[in-house]
Design a protein around this ligand. Structure first.
Ligand SMILES: NC(=O)c1ccc[n+]([C@@H]2O[C@H](COP(=O)([O-])OP(=O)(O)OC[C@H]3O[C@@H](n4cnc5c(N)ncnc54)[C@H](OP(=O)(O)O)[C@@H]3O)[C@@H](O)[C@H]2O)c1
Length: 358
């Protein structure tokens, strides 16, 4: 079913969404795509946002047009189809609404309004400049595509994915504390990919002191992937001077240096958001993961289940403050995949999270 009164623009918006997906998930900015269409319905240029600090999608597409005598991109008579309302502010780059106006576009079609307090107003600026503006084309698809980013922006805190690896009986370590490795290589490679798609990795001091993890994102051959999430160690205890995390290529953030109370998860997440770290991947251990879930901060779960049993009391998730079955935190599975001998489950909460206990 058509989303709008303008189905003629939907194929172009679908292409713009495909282009948007080529941009990075990390870096704090949304993935945005743009196509420039002439009066005959031909796509004459395409662009997408390549990441924070680089030209926005509209400017990237305009840069591929021939220029006028005074050196401006010549978009006269063209329609710009863009997945997000053109921005109206000067950040690390100039306002896209002005770039589109200066280039002479006749019409701008977009899917989603810009939710940013400082960057919105682009549509009004374009209309005031005499450009026809159509909004809401494939809005639902675009909302689904940008769901994590939109949620983070609306809440002023990052999108939080809680990951753990456990045995079928829900244990995350053996009785001696060892947990490397519960799952097989295919699962561990997927974890590296999930790290690379994150801005920050959260880990408790307990895991750092027990395992001395490197928390880098690595490829099949152990090579560093192009993007490295910054590790954030949560807790009061200091990290040893020779810890592997001190050699992490993205640096190291200790929550005790970030906020007054190094266990205050709301404050830590707000501080990370303020740094443009919008996608956070929680790698445990059980105490930190439980506190994230109990605090209502878990937006998504990524669970790796190995066909093994460990028994004992080292559960992947500990006390959540749920007194009775009727108050269980119910999840909806969004993906199930077999990775080698393991199962990888993705899930989102379906009921309101339990109230914060501490
Ligand atoms: N299977 C897996 O996926 C997996 C993943 C990670 C770890 N592990 C295993 O888990 C074990 C470590 O477990 P753990 O639970 O001690 O590790 P943890 O959750 O990484 O660290 C716990 C520590 O985090 C700090 N912390 C910070 N904020 C907190 C909060 N809001 N609530 C509670 N604690 C907070 C506390 O230390 P301070 O006193 O410093 O504040 C606490 O003692 C190891 O055996 C490791 O191998 C398994």
């Amino acid at each position: 079913m058509s989303d709008t009164q303008h189905p003629e623009w939907e194929p172009f918006m679908r292409r713009a969404l495909e282009l948007a997906a080529q941009g990075p998930l990390t870096g704090g900015n949304p993935q945005v795509g743009c196509v420039l269409v002439d009066a005959a319905g031909r796509v004459v240029a395409e662009g997408w946002h390549h990441g924070a600090g680089t030209p926005h999608a509209e400017v990237d597409a305009l840069s591929k047009l021939p220029t006028t005598a005074d050196g401006r991109p010549d978009a006269s008579g063209l329609t710009a189809v863009v997945t997000l309302e053109p921005c109206n502010h000067t950040g690390r780059t100039g306002p896209c609404s002005v770039a589109l106006l200066n280039a002479g576009v006749a019409r701008v079609v977009y899917a989603l309004s810009d939710p940013g307090k400082r960057s919105s107003g682009g549509a009004a600026h374009l209309r005031a400049g005499g450009v026809e503006v159509i909004d809401g084309v494939l809005r639902r698809e675009a909302e689904a595509f940008l769901h994590r980013w939109l949620t983070a922006v609306a809440r002023n805190r990052p999108w939080v994915t809680v990951k753990w690896a456990s045995t079928l009986d829900g244990r995350a370590a053996a009785s001696d504390g060892s947990s490397q490795w519960i799952t097989g290589t295919a699962s561990r490679q997927r974890v590296h990919e999930e790290r690379e798609a994150s801005d920050a990795i959260l880990v408790g001091t307990g895991t750092v002191l027990a395992d001395d993890p490197s928390l880098t994102a690595r490829g099949d051959a152990g090579e560093l992937m192009p993007h490295q999430p910054v590790p954030v160690v949560v807790g009061e205890r200091a990290i040893p001077g020779d810890a592997a995390l001190r050699r992490h290529p993205a640096g190291l953030i200790e929550s005790r240096e970030l906020v007054d109370d190094p266990r205050d998860l709301a404050a830590i997440l707000a501080a990370l958001d303020a740094r443009g770290l919008r996608r956070v991947y929680v790698e445990g251990g059980p105490a930190l993961a439980s506190a994230i879930v109990a605090g209502g901060f878990a937006d998504e779960f990524s669970i790796y289940l190995a066909p093994a049993l460990l028994g004992g009391d080292r559960l992947a998730i500990g006390e959540l403050g749920i007194p009775t079955i009727g108050q269980a935190l119910r999840l909806r599975l969004t993906a199930i995949e077999q990775l080698g001998d393991d199962l990888h489950l993705r899930a989102i909460p379906t009921t309101p999270e339990p109230a914060k206990e501490n």
